[in-house]
Write a protein that binds this ligand. Structure first.
Ligand code: SF4
Length: 470
């Protein structure tokens, strides 16, 4: 069971550029803007004018892996890139993307954001048919399906890609690159975001629109669930790989993951969070002197809470800019150390005050406990914790590291037990209905809150379900 729950669960970012001078350089800046989605490794593949695909990849931040010299070795006007986060067991250079495949029908590269729920079944099937995998990542499966499908290798690639995508279940935003083309693909539930923009005479594709603003590109549109957009010398063309569509955008993209300056399907992330903070105050007002947000992803919700309550917003916590995000550190020990390093209470602000502490979510509860204690040590008389999302009770199988049932604070605790565990004076969570109101949409995946997974979870996990393991 533990193996199932702590498998390859990743939250990553993809970026691509087509018809762009020095595409690898532009991709480098795009990946920098997506760095918050993955900090353990990154890579870029570019196609030079002769059609040769070259790759640079490595472990670490984009600025560590790449410098001027490294991107200089990637000439050409087409490139795709990837930033990666992985859990324990999923790390290592072999799993850093994009993957690059050499094939007699033409080389191609692939970058993936998301997680497939039927990867072990597909991998077993492919290995039984003779496939040799370069990595333990589920992302490589698509490449093997494309090359082994009934349409490969002679039929147009789009047919092979469609057939392969139809075999996948789960969350994916894929970029597939050949020496003259990029295919951008989004899963049929639209779980992970993917947008396309115009950059000079070419096109760019990104997990988040914030990357367009950074490089000066103009947003064109978001890909639809189940859509494949082909980008080549003919411009952009749209195909669907299935008619079996049901939108279920990951609510955590709005709540926690995406940058506040990103727009997801017409809704700005900061606006969503601020609205959720207002609704949180309506549902759970607190008797407090000041509102304090946990930097950075909770600041928008804290602003909304303060605005709705009339209680002044204060900067009661300061974050070190140079420490990585806690949630995406790969082990509990590293996460504990990281919390101590990255947040400091401002004594002169919180001393003698009743604090309404706003956070976006509670996963393990370690961060919340430490912050409540820090605020008390700094002189806060009361700490009322308000969470701008519902209680997380279930693991995510779609690429977010909410990996183990046992690690989730709220999985087996009542509200009162959760409050006691984080030592808060009071604790309240936002309702599911308020999340729908905040985004003015109800087609969201909320599976980690309510256990209603929008896909089948496949044999081994279903068996675990039957066994009452989660
Ligand atoms: S289970 Fe939660 S984190 Fe995973 S895709 Fe659904 S909403 Fe997002």
């Amino acid at each position: 069971m533990q193996q199932i729950l702590s498998g390859l669960h990743e939250e990553c970012g993809v970026f691509g550029a087509w018809g762009v001078h020095r595409a690898a350089d532009v991709t480098y800046f795009g990946l920098q803007a997506l760095q918050h989605r993955g900090q353990e490794g990154c890579g870029i593949v570019a196609a030079d004018e002769g059609g040769t695909l070259r790759r640079v990849k490595g472990l670490g931040l984009v600025s560590d892996v790449f410098n001027g010299e490294k991107t200089m070795s990637l000439p050409g006007s087409i490139a795709i890139g990837h930033v990666r986060y992985s859990t324990t067991g999923g790390g290592g250079i072999e799993n850093v993307q994009p993957f690059l495949f050499r094939h007699n029908s033409g080389d191609f590269a692939l970058a993936h954001n998301g997680n497939l729920v039927n990867s072990s079944e597909l991998r077993t099937m492919l290995e039984n048919q003779g496939s040799l995998f370069q990595s333990s990542s589920d992302s490589e499966i698509l490449a093997h399906l494309i090359k082994k499908g009934p349409h490969a290798p002679d039929a147009p690639r789009i047919d092979a890609i469609k057939a392969a995508l139809n075999m996948l279940e789960g969350a994916f935003s894929f970029l597939i690159m050949t020496n003259n083309r990029i295919y951008a693909c989004r899963d049929k539930l639209g779980l992970r975001p993917l947008s396309i923009g115009r950059y000079k005479n070419g096109y760019v594709i990104s997990s988040e629109t914030c990357a367009f603003d950074v490089i000066g590109a103009t947003w064109i549109r978001d890909l639809e669930p189940g859509e494949i957009v082909t980008v080549d010398r003919h411009g952009i063309r749209s195909n669907r790989y299935t008619d079996d569509l049901r939108h279920a955008m990951c609510a955590m993209e709005f709540i926690y993951f995406s940058r506040p300056d990103t727009d997801i399907e017409g809704t700005n992330v900061h606006t969503f969070r601020k609205e959720s903070g207002k609704l949180l105050h309506q549902e759970a007002p607190a008797d407090a002197d000041i509102v304090v947000g946990v930097p950075d992803s909770s600041l928008s919700a804290a602003l909304g809470y303060a605005e709705a309550s009339g209680i002044p917003y204060e900067m009661g916590l300061v974050k070190s800019k140079y420490i990585a995000r806690t949630f995406i550190m790969p082990s509990q020990d590293l996460r504990d150390k990281n919390v101590r390093m990255k947040l400091s209470p401002v004594k002169s602000i919180v001393g003698g005050k009743r604090v309404a502490l706003i956070d976006d979510s509670i996963v393990r509860g370690t961060t919340s406990l430490r912050i409540v204690r820090m605020l008390r040590e700094a002189g806060a008389t009361e700490v009322h914790v308000r969470i701008a999302s519902p209680m997380i009770k279930y693991p995510c199988f779609y690429g977010v590291d909410i990996s183990s049932y046992e690690e989730l604070l709220c999985a087996s605790r009542t509200l009162e037990q959760a409050r006691a565990a984080i030592e808060a004076d009071s604790l309240a969570f936002l309702s599911e209905q308020a999340l729908f109101e905040a985004g003015r949409r109800s087609d969201l995946c909320l599976a980690c809150f309510n256990g209603k997974y929008p896909t089948k979870l496949y044999t081994s996990i279903e068996q675990a379900n039957k066994d009452g393991k989660f």
